[in-house]
Design a protein around this ligand. Structure first.
Ligand code: NHR
Ligand code: GAR
Length: 200
């Protein structure tokens, strides 16, 4: 079995779309993969309760309880490694990760970012795209490297920016596409992994 661990910070709608795809598209039977845990750096993340109700382990690790980024990442790594994940998925996870953490999960750590990378890395992507007059926006699934929002691209989706868009309306349009491409990109990634399905 290929265990998948998903990291969130908030609503967790991307996490939900991945868990639902895993169920509907029978990842356990077809790909030998299973979402085993959801980890949140925010105790109040809405996605946690939903995951637990699905029988998925929900872990909280509050970054505010740690003196440094390194200390938080070290504990985060310990918690994640309990599940021996084949894949670690950032889904609206809002903490920048140290290079040591990224290196530890090299080749099995991916993120979805709400812009057409390499444009608009970092935060506040939708307002920045509107302000500069972009006609198109979108989302990017990429491998995570130590260089923030710069890893190799696995999937992208494009949406139009409409004349009266606000950051909020554009974010909602982008999010509907995120929910499609993230499960697809993960399924494609799983399909390419050696060692196969069954013995769930
Ligand atoms: N870590 C590394 N090393 N590389 C990447 O590509 C990463 C990463 C950690 C998270 C997601 C990313 C995004 O998709 C991601 C990619 C948070 C911030 C940020 O500035 C930036 C990019 C991303 C996520 N976070 C602030 C911080 O100080 C906190 C902001 C907040 O809490 O609201 O960590 O956009
Ligand atoms: C998504 O739009 C995701 O791309 C973005 O936050 C939203 C999370 O929504 N990620 C980032 O901005 C990372 N910095 P969700 O919690 O409902 O999946």
């Amino acid at each position: 079995m290929k265990p998948i661990v998903i990291l969130i910070s908030g609503a967790g709608s991307n996490m939900t779309s991945i868990v639902q795809a895993a169920q509907q598209r029978r990842w356990a039977e077809r790909l030998g993969a299973k979402v085993v845990a959801v980890v949140s750096n925010r105790p109040d993340a809405e996605g946690l309760a939903w995951a637990r109700a699905q029988g998925i382990e929900g872990v909280v690790l509050d970054h505010k309880a740690f003196a440094s980024r390194e200390a938080f990442d070290a504990q985060l790594q310990t918690e994640i490694d309990c599940f021996e994940p084949s894949l670690v998925v950032l889904a609206g996870f809002m903490r920048i990760l140290t290079s040591g953490f990224v290196q530890h999960y090299q080749g099995r750590l991916i993120n979805i970012h709400p812009s057409l990378l390499p444009a608009f890395g970092g935060l506040n992507t939708h307002q920045r795209a509107i302000d500069i007059g972009c006609r198109f926006a979108g989302a990017t699934v990429h491998q995570v490297t130590a260089d923030l929002d710069h890893g190799p691209i696995l999937a992208q989706a494009v949406v139009p920016v409409l004349p009266h868009d606000t950051a909020q309306s554009l974010a909602a349009r982008v999010l509907t596409q995120e929910h499609l491409i993230y499960p697809q990109a993960i399924e494609a990634w799983l399909s390419k992994q050696p060692s196969a399905a069954s013995n769930a």
